[in-house]
Design a binder for this molecule. Structure first.
Ligand code: NDP
Ligand code: OXD
Length: 308
């Protein structure tokens, strides 16, 4: 029995140290040193190929190194293998910090002031009180709820949208496609924290932008595949949207010359909002392996039918 880690090798060395100290009976390998492929029961990876997965006859658990699992391609994972996503405090605090930064930057018109500074213009906009700014989160899971909690002390009018109904104190909750337009109509700042599935691909499209209040602002922290890029450019250029913060895009990185790189109303970051932290993540994975070995239910198993 062994575990193979197939991701960033430098962070993998921290994982290896933790496993050596806390689970010395479980051999820990860092790709490309796989050890005996037939002994691998646990795999930690971002985007393993179908061919590689099928070369591991004893594989029992596939741990996504990230919170999202769309990059794995669930349909290619053998039915005998459970897929577990990464829910660990390092990702959560990273997303909370980034989303708070992005919402505050959009609320206080930071992209406008960056442009004004570049043009050496002393050009101010009205300050809108937080209570008059409506912030909506698409996706009320681990990350969406943590972001709402962090935004609460600022006094924004908060709302959220999910697949199944939720009740969150201080947040107007909407669910399902029937409630979607009503939700969007009250989002001056919209944050996408959805998983990428068949139901959410290209959800950030022209129809959605038309349902937002004129001049709304967008933050996409989900996946690049959520966004219809042409629709965003059109919405920004027509004034339907006024600014966007994009941490994810498709492809990553964007090609040289892509219009997002230089767009004055887009802030682009290279998928760094929530980064898996090796010390906390290794311990979370180890706890799940222990549960598996004791025959107990696992935490954060992906629902393959739902795709997240
Ligand atoms: P969760 O699985 O905890 O939550 C997902 C939420 O999305 C749930 O509230 C779910 O609804 C909702 N949802 C899913 N499908 C739909 C749908 N069709 N319609 C409406 N709501 C839907 O995920 P996390 O919060 O942990 O992560 C969310 C995503 O964030 C990840 O999948 C990943 O893509 C992205 N991410 C990005 C990072 C970055 O650095 N930019 C870092 C980490 C994650 P319900 O509650 O009803 O099930
Ligand atoms: C994740 C990510 O899914 O980093 O964790 O995008």
């Amino acid at each position: 029995m062994s575990i193979l880690y197939r991701s960033d090798a430098e962070r993998g060395r921290t994982w290896a140290r933790i496993f050596a100290a806390e689970a010395p009976d479980l051999p820990f390998h860092i790709w490309p040193d796989t050890g005996n492929l037939e002994a691998i029961e646990y795999l930690v990876a971002w985007q393993p190929s179908a061919e590689f997965l099928h070369s591991l006859p004893s594989l029992k658990l596939l741990f996504s190194i990230g919170a999202g699992v769309d990059q794995i391609g669930l349909e290619q994972v053998p039915d005998t293998v459970s897929v577990v996503r990464m829910v660990e405090p390092g990702i959560v605090s990273g997303i909370v910090e980034f989303a708070t930064m992005a919402v505050l930057a959009l609320h206080r018109n930071v992209l406008h002031y960056q442009r004004a500074q570049r043009e050496a213009e002393w050009r101010h906009l009205d300050v809108v009180p937080a209570a008059e700014r409506r912030v909506g989160i698409m996706g009320l899971g681990v990350l969406g709820q943590a972001v709402l909690q962090a935004l609460s002390p600022f006094g924004f009018a908060l709302r959220g949208w999910s697949r199944t109904p939720k009740q969150i104190p201080g947040v107007d909750c909407y669910s399902g496609s029937d409630a979607f337009e009503g939700f969007l109509g009250g989002c001056d700042i919209l944050v996408c924290l959805l998983p990428l599935t068949d139901a959410t691909r290209r959800i950030l499209d022209q129809r959605l932008f038309r349902c937002l209040p004129t001049g709304a602002r967008l933050v996409n922290l989900g996946r690049g595949g959520h966004l219809d890029q042409s629709a965003l450019l059109e919405a920004l250029d027509s004034g339907r949207l006024s600014a966007a913060v994009l941490d994810v895009c498709e492809p990553e990185p964007l090609p040289v010359g892509h219009p997002f790189w230089q767009h004055p109303s887009i802030m682009l970051t290279p998928h760094i909002a929530g980064v898996t932290q090796p010390v906390t993540a290794a311990r979370i994975v180890l706890e799940n392996i222990r549960r598996h070995r004791r025959g107990e239910p696992l935490h954060n198993v992906v629902d393959r039918a739902a795709g997240y």
